[in-house]
Design a protein around this ligand. Structure first.
Ligand code: 13P
Length: 255
């Protein structure tokens, strides 16, 4: 077991949920629950909640992330937020290449690569999402899809920078559908990601990278998923919006 080489991280992805008062209430509930947990605890919140999240989590073990950033430093990109803007606020993490961004906002591996480089240059820790569509799994090309995403998303990213990244394996067919990948399927692809990194970088680097599973992971199925050797935590949507449920995930990842 090589789990000792890397930290388990549970990250909430709030997506487009929670007004400011709702965010405040959830964070206040989370603080005592997260306290003393040994796994990494991250909440990735809408841009409008970053200030609230940063001030309420100050001095706690809860880290704050954003859900995306643009790849340019500044300029005429109406509606976008740069990595520097996030870093300057004190944000530590940023989700990049989430399948919802790829599906609904036409993000490509090329722009995910640019965003990852911009985030790293600003000192942020990217949580880079990869995952196959149901159709791709049915056509038996899951590994080809994942290898391509890993190669393109991390193109020209140094070993030192890769170590600052988290990779989230999120099969698109499991997101928000209630259909979780089996623990065996999650392990198989997380291991494949690690083997791909070992080929592109080296084994020690691959062993040091935190690889999360995401997709309908919740308080009921997390124990089995997190018990797998190459599953180092989770990127959690729905279950991160309810403090007690998120707490069960933190508890399990801290064992
Ligand atoms: P759900 O946990 O709601 O399926 O969402 C997963 C996800 O997309 C996390 O980024």
């Amino acid at each position: 077991m090589r789990k000792d080489l890397r930290q388990a991280v549970i990250a909430g992805n709030w997506k487009m949920n929670k007004t400011r008062p709702e965010a405040k209430a959830l964070i206040e509930e989370l603080k005592p629950i997260a306290k003393d947990k040994t796994c990494g605890v991250v909440i990735c919140v809408p841009f409008t909640n970053l200030e609230t999240a940063l001030s309420l989590t100050e001095g706690t073990n809860i880290k704050v992330g954003a859900e995306n950033c643009h790849f340019e430093k500044s300029g005429a990109y109406t509606g976008e937020i740069s990595a520097d803007m996030l870093a300057e606020m004190g944000v530590e993490y940023v989700i990049l290449g989430h399948s919802e961004r790829r599906q609904y906002f036409a993000e490509t591996d090329e722009t995910v690569n640019k965003r990852t480089k911009a985030a790293l240059a600003a000192g942020l820790k990217p949580i880079v999402c990869v995952g196959e569509l149901l159709w791709e799994r049915e056509c038996n090309i899951t590994e080809e899809v994942i290898a391509r995403q890993i190669k393109l998303d991390f193109y020209d990213i140094s070993t030192d920078d890769l170590k600052k990244c988290i990779i989230a394996y999120e099969p698109v067919w499991a997101i928000g559908t209630g259909k979780t990948a089996t623990a065996e399927q999650a392990q198989e692809v997380c291991k494949f990601i690690r083997d791909t990194l070992a080929k592109l970088y080296d084994k020690a680097t691959a062993d040091a990278v935190t690889i999360q599973y995401g997709g309908s992971m919740n308080e009921k199925n997390c124990a089995e998923l997190l018990s797998k050797e190459d599953v180092d935590g989770g990127l959690i949507g729905g279950a991160s919006l309810v403090a007690e449920k998120f707490g069960v995930l933190l508890e399990e990842a801290s064992k």
